[in-house]
Design a binder for this molecule. Structure first.
Ligand code: SF4
Length: 381
């Protein structure tokens, strides 16, 4: 399965916790779109024969819903002119609630978008303002309802727990409200205070105290319990889906499938190497336009060692409900779990942290997935 990712590096305003690559200056959005269309043309042969069809297209960011209809159309035209997109492809657009209108939805549907990932984070007005989100609580609710009214039911919403001024009652209400919207997919992340953000600065000067880890863990436990009771599968540490409604694009990352990333800061994986595009809009535009064939100007290459491949596969696969395929690990990545590692895994099984079929599968339980990174480190060669 092949996936295509487009990073749209613009946002209306900077959320206080965010350290993704984006700019709030849209003056060069047209040039950026043209450069991305050019990169798509340059990468035409990435997936091999033209007959290789792309199963997922994901526009993330940043805020893809900020682009105009014409800008999005230019990107989709470039995609369809250079790649074979499967007729059943999952085509996701990340959208913020304040950008979702009937007209915008209609244009996205016309372009082939069939799935939305809506950045709600919380339905609490005070918490939204504290995080400097651009939308309000009413827009958060209405965004989902408008999308459903327009005929898009394949919707994921992002929620965030561990917000410093939030509390258990607010989080309970966020979960209840999310469930009431009837969306098939929910992603939930803990707010982390990153150094180069406003919250990072506030923490440094004593204006913000990160939420107690135990309280954040309780909020996560509540989420897992409530969503499972409501029929959602907890299929990855931070992701929940009604049966069959997994995010195919992200699931392919976790299954070690190749993907091509287009745009500033986007990453690419071809099975052997990782490529990282420069995380700077101006450098990206000039690199693509001035010296398109010299790819080192606008992206860097990292060839993964055998051990790094094994580590990446274990780190990502063990976060999912499908776990690590030990046959793939042995045949494709050359790593066989030795007797001492097997003994350790049997200890995890006895402690309720893992399920294990010798030589075939290692799957972490819910309790084990909470410790996924820690346990994975113990498996590394
Ligand atoms: S809208 Fe998303 S990408 Fe943009 S600043 Fe906020 S969290 Fe970051």
């Amino acid at each position: 399965m092949a996936g295509l990712y487009l990073h749209i590096p613009f946002c209306k305003q900077a959320c206080h916790y965010c350290d993704f690559h984006f700019s709030t200056n849209l003056s060069r959005a047209d040039e950026l779109v043209d450069a991305m269309a050019q990169e798509i043309r340059l990468q035409k042969g990435f997936f091999g024969p033209v007959s290789t069809s792309i199963e997922t297209v994901y526009l993330g960011g940043g805020t893809p819903s900020l682009l105009t209809k014409d800008q999005l159309k230019r990107l989709f035209t470039a995609i369809h002119s250079n790649f074979q997109i499967s007729p059943n492809a999952e085509v996701t657009l990340e959208a913020n609630p304040d950008d979702i209108s009937s007209a915008a939805l209609e244009s996205w549907i016309q372009l082939g978008v069939n799935r939305l990932s809506i950045g709600i984070q919380t339905f609490d007005q005070a918490a939204l303002a504290y995080c400097n989100r651009a939308h309000n609580a009413t827009e958060a609710m209405q965004a989902v309802q408008k999308a459903q009214a327009a005929g898009i039911y394949n919707i994921s919403i992002d929620l965030m727990y561990g917000i410093p001024i939030s509390n258990t009652a607010v989080w309970d209400n966020d979960i209840r409200t999310a469930l009431g919207l009837g969306v098939p997919h929910i992603s939930a992340y803990c707010l982390t205070v990153e150094p180069k953000t406003t919250f990072g600065h506030w923490a440094k000067i004593g204006k913000l105290t990160a939420i107690d880890e135990d309280i954040a863990a309780q909020q996560y436990d509540t989420l897992v319990e409530r969503l499972k009771q409501s029929g959602y599968e907890h299929y990855e540490v931070s992701n929940f889906a009604l049966p069959g409604k997994y995010a195919i694009h992200n699931t392919n990352y976790w299954r070690y499938h190749p993907y091509l990333g287009i745009g500033p800061s986007a990453h690419t994986f071809d099975g052997q190497n990782r490529y990282a595009n420069v995380a700077n809009n101006i450098k990206y535009i000039s690199g693509i336009q001035i010296d398109p064939d010299n790819k080192t100007v606008w992206r860097s290459i990292e060839t993964l060692t055998g051990d790094e491949k094994i580590g990446e596969y274990l780190l990502t696969s063990l976060r999912t409900q499908w776990g690590a395929d030990l046959i793939f690990l042995k045949d494709q990545l050359g790593y066989h779990l030795g007797p001492s590692v097997e003994t350790m895994i049997l200890g995890w099984v006895a402690d309720g942290l893992a399920d294990y079929i010798s030589g075939q599968k290692l799957i972490l339980t819910d309790a084990g997935r909470l410790l996924a990174d820690h346990l994975t480190l113990k498996l590394l060669p």
